[in-house]
Design a protein around this ligand. Structure first.
Ligand SMILES: Cc1cc2nc3c(=O)[nH]c(=O)nc-3n(C[C@H](O)[C@H](O)[C@H](O)COP(=O)(O)O)c2cc1C
Length: 279
């Protein structure tokens, strides 16, 4: 079986999970390839593949704008089986709403949406998880990838429905797409910037140019936080979202947090997620 993963990932979490699934499928004798969803590309050669998986992080209970744009460029599906894979910072039912528009677009283009896969990965905005939490999420992702690979092999999964409240909240929060374009233009760097250009290299939108050795932020920000997360000097200020800035890669390889080490905020929903998966 040949499986194509189309992946948008700002700070690497979604790509990390996608790679786990790819490896598991390859171990089971399948061919799997990952294609980044990038600003200027509109390829999606889906004809060569038996199944496709569209992978992205949840942004304000929605799919990021570049993912929606990409889906609209997909060739006609001819009933090809298709899955959505999401990562999110929190195990919230509302995150299911991030599939509403992608499923609609995919179905219109003739794809048969067979399942939705969910993984919790550390937040790249709002607050920073402990490395222990990140390591436990990693463990959960590794375990979940085994059963999800089976789902992909069988072409069978769970498709979630969303009630009117989730639909409404997700619709209202779609304001994030135009808002991020405006907010992203106002990103700034402090004097700690060492002109390394990493922000420009990691931006999946190609939205950051270097001018006189300093980053210049354009008008196509997708709000993925790749730039401020990756900055080695934590020198990027993200406008009105600055209080939520998270900088620096998580270490996934440490000791996973034990139940009693999980903070009060994370206790309820995260522990339920971990226990459900059995980690
Ligand atoms: C602009 C923005 C909005 C986000 N909104 C949500 C959200 O609604 N729910 C959630 O659980 N996580 C949310 N997150 C967290 C990300 O979904 C999560 O950290 C994800 O794993 C990041 O994946 P990536 O590293 O592939 O970009 C948001 C992150 C960003 C940058």
């Amino acid at each position: 079986m040949k499986i194509a993963f189309y992946c948008f990932s700002g700070t690497g979490n979604t790509l990390r999970v996608t790679e786990k699934l790819k490896e598991e499928l390859q171990r089971n004798g399948h061919t799997a390839e990952i294609f980044p969803i990038a600003a200027e590309e509109s390829f999606a050669k889906t004809e060569e593949f038996d199944e496709i998986v569209v992978c992205y992080p949840v942004h304000a209970f929605n799919a990021p704008a570049p993912v929606l744009r990409f889906l609209k460029t997909m060739p006609k599906g001819g009933k090809k089986p298709c899955f959505l894979l999401r990562t999110s910072g929190e195990p919230l039912g509302f995150n299911h709403a991030s599939g509403i528009l992608p499923k609609r677009i995919l179905r219109r283009r003739g794809y048969d949406v067979k399942g939705e896969l969910f993984y919790v990965m550390p937040y790249n905005i709002i607050f920073r998880h402990s490395d222990g939490m990140a390591a436990r999420m990693e463990l959960a992702a590794e375990k979940r990838a085994l059963s999800d690979a089976e789902s992909l092999e069988k072409g069978e999964g769970k498709v979630f429905s969303n009630g009117p409240i989730r639909r409404l909240v997700s619709f209202v929060l779609r304001i994030e797409h135009p808002a991020m374009k405006a907010i992203g233009r106002r990103f700034k760097v402090t004097k700690e910037c060492v002109s390394c250009g990493k922000c420009a290299r990691v931006c999946p939108q190609g939205n950051i140019g270097m001018k006189d050795g300093k980053p210049k932020f354009g008008k196509n920000c997708a709000g993925c936080m790749g730039c401020s997360f990756a900055c080695p000097k934590d020198a990027i200020r993200i406008g009105i979202l600055n209080g939520w800035r998270v900088n620096g890669a998580y270490s996934f390889s440490g000791e996973p947090a034990k139940d009693e080490e999980v903070c009060d905020y994370c206790k309820k929903s995260y522990l339920r997620y971990f226990h459900e998966i059995g980690v």
